[in-house]
Design a protein around this ligand. Structure first.
Ligand code: FES
Length: 171
């Protein structure tokens, strides 16, 4: 029987007992830890719905064996709520707790069925941390690994620019 291991997810240590070494990080997050914000779709690293950050690197969690992520810092969409910087931004409609990126997605109508949204939110946070003022091309390239079947991407790209503006202090 493999030894239990620990996953650090959103700053919290979780013990994974009776582990199966073949389980993906995506599976463990959703089925063992109950963190269902990370979505399960293609399981081939093609759609981006399972995107998380592992030690700050954007990662398809379906392609990573969970045990190999032990003792690394994992951030899921559940860990990307409002930060201190975001709290400077006026929230509307009682949506406290949402990050600037999440708010911008709502305000821009960038969410339809919502299945792609958590992966996109993670990817956009990753983009804006590295590039606070991305061009349209930068946004399209950064999100090229995230498939959306509903929106046609126009409102998603608008949401990214709006989020970037809000994070830089605009409204
Ligand atoms: Fe439905 Fe993107 S909003 S897949």
């Amino acid at each position: 029987m493999p030894e239990p291991y620990f996953l650090n997810v959103n700053g919290i240590e979780h013990e994974v007992t009776d582990p199966d070494v073949a389980e993906s990080l995506l599976f463990v997050l959703r089925e063992r830890l109950g963190l269902t914000g990370t979505k399960n779709a293609c399981t081939e690293g093609e759609c981006g719905s399972c995107a998380v950050l592992v030690d700050g690197v954007l990662t398809c969690s379906c392609l990573v064996l969970a045990a190999t992520a032990a003792d690394r810092e994992i951030t899921t969409v559940e860990g990307l709520g409002a930060t201190a910087a975001d709290s400077e931004i006026t929230t509307i409609d009682g949506r406290d707790g949402l990050s600037a990126v999440q708010e911008a997605f709502v305000d821009a109508g960038a969410v339809q069925c919502g299945f792609c949204t958590p992966g996109l939110i993670v990817a956009v946070h990753d983009l804006l941390e590295a590039n606070p003022e991305p061009s349209d091309g930068d946004v399209r390239e950064a999100l090229s690994g995230n498939l959306c079947r509903c929106t046609g991407y126009g409102r998603i790209i608008a949401a990214v620019h709006e989020a970037a503006s809000r994070r830089r202090g605009g409204q």
